[in-house]
Design a protein around this ligand. Structure first.
Ligand SMILES: *Cc1c(COP(=O)(O)O)cnc(C)c1O
Length: 464
C-alpha cells in the first residue's frame, strides 16, 4: 500500500495551477499561501482515512477550500444582527441601539478632528470632561458629573475616590451580581475599599447602618436591585434616611442606580423605578448609572454628584484609565439632548420607542410580517406573548406583544434557530412551546424586509 499523503500536491504546484491564479488575483499572495498551508496540514492529517483531495480535479478542490477559508476570515467578528427576541436591552446583543441623531453625531466626530480637549474660545488646551456635563446637570439636577467607560467603572471610581483603604457599608440584600462578572463585593474590593455588610437579605433598617458607622467607615453604598426583586417580609432604608445618617457621621452616600432612567417610567408603561434626580434630591452625594440601559445611549458610566466629590473623582488618576472616547461623548450628548423634550426622547431613542410600543401597534406589525411571509408562500400563526425590558431592568415586567410563530414540521425549532443565525444578517429568535417565535418589538421597521427574506430562506430550505 502506498501512503496516500504522497498524492498530495506541493504548495508551488498548486499555486501555479489555473484555479489558484484566480485566487491570487483577488487576495494578496501571502494570505493565499498561508491559507493553503493550513488546508494542506488538515488534508495531511485526514489523509490517514484516505480522504485526500488528489486526482485530476485536485487543484480546483484545494482552491475551493482555500477560498472558503479566506472568505470566512473576511467576515467581521463584530456584526450587525436582527434582534427578534423581544428583549429590548439585550445584554448579549449590545444593549441599547442608538438613535439616528446619536449615530450622525458619532459619525461626524469620527470622521475628523474635534474640540475633544480644546477650548475653542481660548484657543488653548481644554478638558474632555466638560462635554455632556451641562446636559447631565440639566436632566438630573446634579451639581456636577463625570462620564467614564461604563457603570462598573463609575462605581469603582466613586468608591476608590471616596473610600480607598476604608470601610463601606452595604446591605446584605444588595450584595448583588449584575451579570457579566459585576459582583458588588468584588467591585468593592478592587476599588480598594473594605466591605462591611449590614442587615439581612430581606430586611435592612437605618439602625443597622447606624450601628456599623464609626471608626474607619468612609461611606455607604446603596445598590439598586436592578435584575431581581425581593418580595414578602422586606424592609430597606430609604435614600433620605441614609443621606441623613451619612451627613450626621460625615461619610459619603453613593447610590448605584444601574439603569439610568431619565424620564417617568409611566411614559413607557413601566412601574416606578428610582431616578437620579430623586436620589440626588433625597441627599445621595453620588449617583452612578449606565449610558446604554434605559437611558438609551452608548455604553458609558455616568457619575453624578456634588461639586467637590466630582472634582475629586476627576482628579483621581484612575479616572484617566476609565475615561470615555470622543465617539461615546458625541453619541451620549446627542442622546441626552433629546431628553429636553420627553416625547421626542420616547420617539427618537430606539430603546424607549420599543418599550413604549403599544399592543395594537405590535399586533399590526406582526400581521404585516405574517402577510409578507404569506406572500412568499410561508404560513405562520400569531400568538399573544410577552417581551422583556432586558439589561437587568424591570425583571418582573412582561410587556404584552404579538408573536409571529413559525412552525416547520420538517425541522426541529433549534435547527431553524441555528440556520437563522447562520445567514446574513444573522437573526436571533427564540423558542416558545416548541415553535420558533419572532417578536416584532425589537425588529426595526427598516429591518423587516431583510427579516422576511431570511425567514423565507430558512423555511424554504427546510422544506426542500
Ligand atoms: C447594569 C448595572 C451595573 C453595571 O453597569 P455597566 O454599565 O454594565 O457597567 C452596575 N450596577 C447596577 C445596579 C446595574 O444595574
Amino acid at each position: 500500500m502506498t501512503d496516500p499523503r504522497r498524492e498530495i500536491p506541493g504548495v508551488d504546484t498548486l499555486l501555479a495551477s489555473r484555479p489558484f491564479a484566480l485566487l491570487l488575483g483577488r487576495y494578496p499572495r501571502g494570505r493565499v499561501v498561508a491559507a493553503l498551508r493550513d488546508v494542506l496540514v488538515e488534508v495531511r492529517e485526514s489523509a490517514a482515512d484516505g480522504s485526500v483531495l488528489g486526482g485530476p480535479e485536485g487543484p480546483e478542490r484545494y482552491a475551493d477550500a482555500v477560498a472558503t477559508r479566506l472568505a470566512a476570515a473576511d467576515v467581521p467578528s463584530l456584526r450587525r444582527v436582527i434582534n427578534a427576541t423581544g428583549v429590548v436591552l439585550h445584554t448579549n446583543l449590545g444593549r441599547a441601539p442608538l438613535g439616528d441623531g446619536a449615530v450622525e453625531a458619532l459619525t461626524a466626530i469620527a470622521r475628523g478632528y474635534s474640540n475633544l480637549e480644546y477650548d475653542l474660545a481660548a484657543g488653548s488646551r481644554g478638558s474632555r470632561y466638560i462635554h455632556c456635563v451641562e446636559l447631565l446637570r440639566e436632566m438630573t439636577g446634579a451639581e456636577d458629573a463625570v462620564v467614564v467607560n461604563n457603570n462598573a467603572a463609575a462605581v469603582v471610581l466613586a468608591l476608590n475616590t471616596l473610600a480607598e483603604g476604608a470601610g463601606v457599608l452595604v446591605s446584605r440584600g444588595e450584595l448583588v451580581e449584575i451579570g457579566g462578572g459585576f459582583r458588588i463585593p468584588e467591585i468593592l474590593e478592587r476599588s480598594g475599599a473594605r466591605l462591611v455588610e449590614v442587615g439581612t437579605t430581606n430586611r435592612t433598617r437605618a439602625d443597622d447602618y447606624e450601628r456599623a458607622l464609626g471608626q474607619g467607615i468612609a461611606g455607604i453604598l446603596k445598590v439598586h436591585r436592578s435584575n431581581f426583586r425581593i418580595t414578602g417580609f422586606t424592609e430597606e432604608a430609604s435614600v433620605a434616611e441614609l443621606a441623613e445618617l451619612a451627613s450626621r457621621h460625615g461619610v459619603a452616600l453613593v447610590h448605584d442606580l444601574g439603569s439610568g432612567l431619565l424620564l417617568d417610567p409611566a411614559l413607557l408603561g413601566l412601574p416606578d423605578e428610582p431616578q437620579p434626580r430623586t436620589s440626588l434630591e433625597a441627599g445621595a452625594h453620588v449617583v452612578t448609572m449606565s449610558g446604554d440601559k434605559l437611558l438609551g445611549g452608548p455604553q458609558a458610566g455616568i457619575v453624578l454628584g456634588t461639586r467637590d466629590v466630582v472634582a475629586r473623582m476627576r482628579g483621581n488618576p484612575l479616572c484617566r484609565a476609565l475615561r470615555v472616547d470622543k465617539l461615546i461623548l458625541a453619541a451620549l450628548e446627542a442622546t441626552l439632548r433629546l431628553y429636553r423634550d420627553r416625547d421626542s426622547a420616547v420617539r427618537e431613542i430606539p430603546g424607549l420607542r420599543m418599550l413604549a410600543a403599544t399592543p395594537s401597534e405590535l399586533e399590526n406589525r406582526a400581521r404585516s410580517l405574517a402577510q409578507k411571509l404569506g406572500a412568499a408562500g410561508m404560513t405562520c400563526e400569531l400568538w399573544p406573548g410577552s417581551s422583556a425590558v432586558g439589561g437587568g431592568a424591570f425583571p418582573e415586567v412582561a410587556l404584552p406583544t404579538t408573536l409571529v410563530v413559525l412552525r416547520s414540521p420538517e425541522r426541529p425549532p433549534d435547527q431553524v434557530l441555528a440556520q437563522l443565525r447562520e445567514g446574513e444578517p444573522p437573526v436571533i429568535a427564540r423558542i416558545q412551546d416548541e415553535a420558533v417565535v419572532i417578536d416584532p418589538r425589537t425588529v426595526g421597521k427598516n429591518e423587516e424586509t431583510e427579516l422576511v427574506r431570511r425567514l423565507t430562506e430558512v423555511l424554504a430550505a427546510a422544506r426542500a
